[in-house]
Design a protein around this ligand. Structure first.
Ligand SMILES: C[S@@+](CC[C@H](N)C(=O)[O-])C[C@H]1O[C@@H](n2cnc3c(N)ncnc32)[C@H](O)[C@@H]1O
Length: 214
């Protein structure tokens, strides 16, 4: 079972636990099962692995996992999990760390990261992600559904298509961060381009998509 989905959003987690517990658990289980089934035996590129909660699960079924994150603090937690050293590698940085390598993967996993991506850059991001994947590779992307009850207050900024929310960091500093939510139609608009076998699932707590880049 997937333990660390809410490492970043503890406040949302509590509210979801109260009101959406059954949905949440059911969807987490469905997502987790699909990820394990689709990524089994594959060489997985995981972007934004955070503290490695999901990395731990996929390491059990994948041939290998390169898990990347640009937070040294979260990566340090991930590394402490001491996952199979022959199978799992944690690296600090973003997708650019792969630009001078020939390393190619046959699966990509992006878990609770896509909603922080500016809408202007989704196409560019997907092109870059796909450039590190072999033909027939599978991409699995998961993120949250907008739940106003969860206290996630969204803001617009003049001239921008993104929505933003305020995140308070441990030291009390508040910062506006990008937080974009998508429904099934918007997800189709984003992912239908240059993909095949696109599957979009939208639950009450999460959306998840998988497809093959073409
Ligand atoms: C909401 S967390 C999700 C973490 C993890 N996937 C999970 O489900 O628990 C988003 C993660 O993406 C990382 N991140 C944000 N921008 C990134 C980037 N450009 N490259 C790599 N990681 C990034 C953050 O440090 C954070 O760990």
């Amino acid at each position: 079972m997937w333990q660390n989905s809410y490492i970043y959003d503890g406040k949302i987690s509590d509210v979801l636990c109260e009101r959406y517990q059954l949905d949440r658990q059911g969807e987490e289980q469905a997502i987790s099962d699909q990820i394990e089934e689709l990524l089994a035996g594959r060489h997985v590129l995981e972007l934004g692995c955070g503290a490695g909660g999901l990395t731990e699960s996929i390491a059990k079924v994948a041939a290998s996992v390169l898990a990347i994150d640009n937070s040294p603090e979260l990566l340090a937690v991930a590394v402490q999990k001491e996952l199979l050293p022959d199978t799992v590698e944690f690296r600090y940085g973003d997708l650019d760390i792969l630009s001078n390598t020939n390393r190619i993967f046959d699966a990509a996993l992006v878990n609770f990261w896509f909603s922080h991506l500016s809408k202007n850059t989704t196409a560019q991001f997907l092109r870059k992600l796909h450039s590190h994947l072999s033909p027939g590779a599978i991409v699995f992307i998961v993120d949250h559904i907008y739940l106003p009850e969860a206290g996630d207050r969204l803001f617009n900024q003049p001239g921008k298509t993104d929505t933003f929310k305020v995140r308070e960091f441990g030291d009390g500093i508040k910062q506006q961060i990008v937080r974009n939510y998508y429904d099934a139609d918007k997800l189709r608009n984003i992912f239908a381009l240059r993909t095949s076998q696109l599957k979009i699932q939208v639950g009450n707590c999460f959306w998840w998509v998988n497809y093959r880049p073409i």
